[in-house]
Design a protein. Structure first.
Lengths: 406, 406
């Protein structure tokens, strides 16, 4: 017997027929003799509609009341799934965020889970009853309704799995797992059987949007084994686990890319202390995230060129901010390019293996692809290249690192 | 300064624009220096949609889970109205049924209110803040969500007004008050300034569907002055009050009618003790309500004819039930007529005035209208007539009792 938390997203519970389909997936785990709790999102589209109502009434709706409104979508689906389960003979009951409770801090619309009451669910499990719990919602210590922000249901599920000390947290979604690369581009991409939390975090923040980052972080912290799998196809998914659970670790687990990049270069910036702070301070104040940064070696000893990337949607605003403070900064001019892509090679194995970056540069060079910016972390090497080369680069790297399917 | 509970129905909060309109009506009461709490229904159509989801999943959805689902509509509107009020400068916050709490019994989907916690709302009022409260929903002592059944929001509002000891409970709806007769039929019908609870109860159960019966009963019990008025037109409504608040009581306050009637006659029923019980017992068992009953004087001393009315939708089933038990009952045959209407004259004044029924019979006779069945209560006289005469009868009676507008 295992204890399992299953989580189904908005598409999976999008209408009564799909909710019935979810119920059969829950029943299967119950029939295997497992103890099951289920976390559900709102029906696809519901949350957006509710948010639309609040925005129609105010440009800046009170976050407390916003939460009262948008948390209702999940209350609908917990009741409906409980009904669907009962109708196929599976004992079930719903628990709202305030009933359990799912305790959060008071940062409305972006609350963080502080604890999950498990007494009721454990009692349900002991009686063979399935507890159906809403994702996304919680309650403060003084009894106000909160929500976790977009995608928070993954986090709810992992937090519940941690609190219940569950053997596994199954996240059902519209993809069937995590791949070595985007299969729409790299036809030889393989589904990974396992991936580490760290690699998953790098993938998530780099554009392989399968699992919410906060959910992965929570899984890593509490050692929750997370499985990503398909709601619609009946195949095993990908397990996200601790590094020591992966026996034969490959050096590189995947190649990812992000098109949401734009490159900005400040030419002939005075090469003196404090200039970086003077540039990046105003950008941070303007809520613009800067990602890769590279500063050239100064040629004349007096000025240097500074290149960095921002997300594509922020490029115009970033240039405005920089031009506004241009006089103080004293650079000569700004060059910008939105037609760039960030390609990354990810793998915890590179901690103990040299030559990973070298193979990347060599491979790209052989294909005649120019590297514009490089950045590295412990388990990843990223390069910025011209967007036109995206597919070529991904396929070449996938082959070079031995990831191609047979 | 007065303390007022305002209640707005589903049509009044049907979309963000209408919610804004509701907010201005609340603001007006606040600007007059009044303490205000507001009760709202779900957006028109929402509850039906939610009920539809539960029915799509089960013929007999668990009432506990049904309540979890259908109670969400009101949670949406309390949050939205709070946002709308704040956006026009009126301090406001929402309170769900479980937050206050609105305590009910455990009869899910048809719960009865047992008490309303007022501490939070009184604190809001003391600070000049408007409390926005959901109609229809409550919570049991063990923390499960309940709903009051269709139309329960009126009851929620009156219960809250009673608990707050409010000066008035304003029920905003899509009619602008209670009339002496249906204005679509009787063009000279007048809007009543005041009406007693008793008259309102008789009107409500007779088809003038303005206020939910349970809400009127609760108002009567707790002496809550209820005003029925329009959400869309800015005119005074009708006050529903204790009899002693009406200084110059007219003998008759209104003429109502109900088309939802069907007449059934059992011919040549044996005239002996126990036969009525033998007839009406099976109907009651079949959940068929019998309204007016008349038994003719026996001609031959051995058999009699028995006539009664049921609601039109129950007629066929009632006949089936009676035919099934026909052999035991021993009547000769069944005659039935769905083309009948019940017309009633209502007024607390008739307690102290004779001749009210006589004037009714005389007036109908003068117009050549045959009375098929008569029934009376302390404050009402009802007759069953052929449906074709409905309009003629209503207009003639309206004039005869001196109710016509100038």
């Amino acid at each position: 017997m295992a204890r399992i938390v299953q989580k189904f997203g908005g598409t999976s519970v999008g209408d009564p027929d799909r909710i019935r389909n979810v119920a059969t997936k829950v029943k299967r785990e119950v029939d295997r003799g497992n103890q099951v709790a289920v976390v559900v999102s709102a029906m696809a589209g519901t949350t957006d509609q509710l948010i639309g109502y609040t925005r129609a009434l105010s440009d800046r709706p009170d976050p407390c009341e916003y939460d009262v409104v948008v948390s209702t979508g999940e209350q609908v689906t917990i009741g409906l799934l409980a009904i669907a389960l009962q109708s196929i003979g599976v004992p079930a009951r719903s628990w709202t965020g305030w009933q359990l409770p799912v305790r959060t801090d008071g940062v409305h619309a972006k609350a963080r889970i502080e604890g999950v009451g498990t007494e009721a669910i454990l009692a349900d499990m002991a009686q063979g009853r399935v507890a159906v719990v809403p994702g996304f919602q919680g309650v403060t210590d003084d009894g106000r309704v909160t929500t976790l922000g977009r995608g928070g249901s993954d986090t709810s599920a992992v937090a519940l799995a941690a609190a219940l000390n569950a053997d596994r947290c199954d996240i059902y979604t519209d993809v069937d797992g995590v791949y070595t690369a985007d299969p729409r581009i790299v036809s030889k991409a393989r589904k990974l059987e396992r991936i580490t939390y760290e690699e998953m975090l790098e993938s998530a923040s780099l554009g392989a949007k399968v699992l919410q980052t906060r959910a992965v972080e929570m899984g890593m912290k509490h050692h929750v084994r997370i499985q990503v799998l398909s709601s619609f196809e009946d195949v095993p998914g990908t397990l996200v686990v601790d590094e020591d659970e992966i026996v034969e670790q490959e050096i590189v687990s995947g190649i990812t890319y992000s098109r949401d990049e734009a490159k900005i270069t400040l030419l002939k910036v005075p090469d003196q202390p404090g200039v970086a702070a003077a540039i990046f301070g105003p950008l941070a104040d303007g809520n613009i995230n800067v990602d890769m940064i590279v500063q050239n070696v100064s040629e004349d000893g007096a000025t240097t060129d500074l290149t960095f990337t921002v997300s594509r949607g922020d490029m115009a605003r970033a240039i405005e901010v920089l031009e506004a403070s241009g006089r103080t900064l004293g650079f000569e001019r700004i060059a910008s390019d939105p037609n760039v892509v960030k390609v990354s090679v990810i793998g915890v194995g590179m901690r103990s293996h040299a030559g990973v970056a070298k193979l990347m540069f060599q491979t790209l060079s052989e294909k005649g692809i120019n590297i514009q910016v490089i950045s590295t972390s412990e388990i990843k090497v990223s390069v910025l290249i011209a967007e036109d080369y995206t597919e070529l680069a991904l396929r070449a790297l996938h082959t070079a690192y031995g990831l191609d399917a047979d």
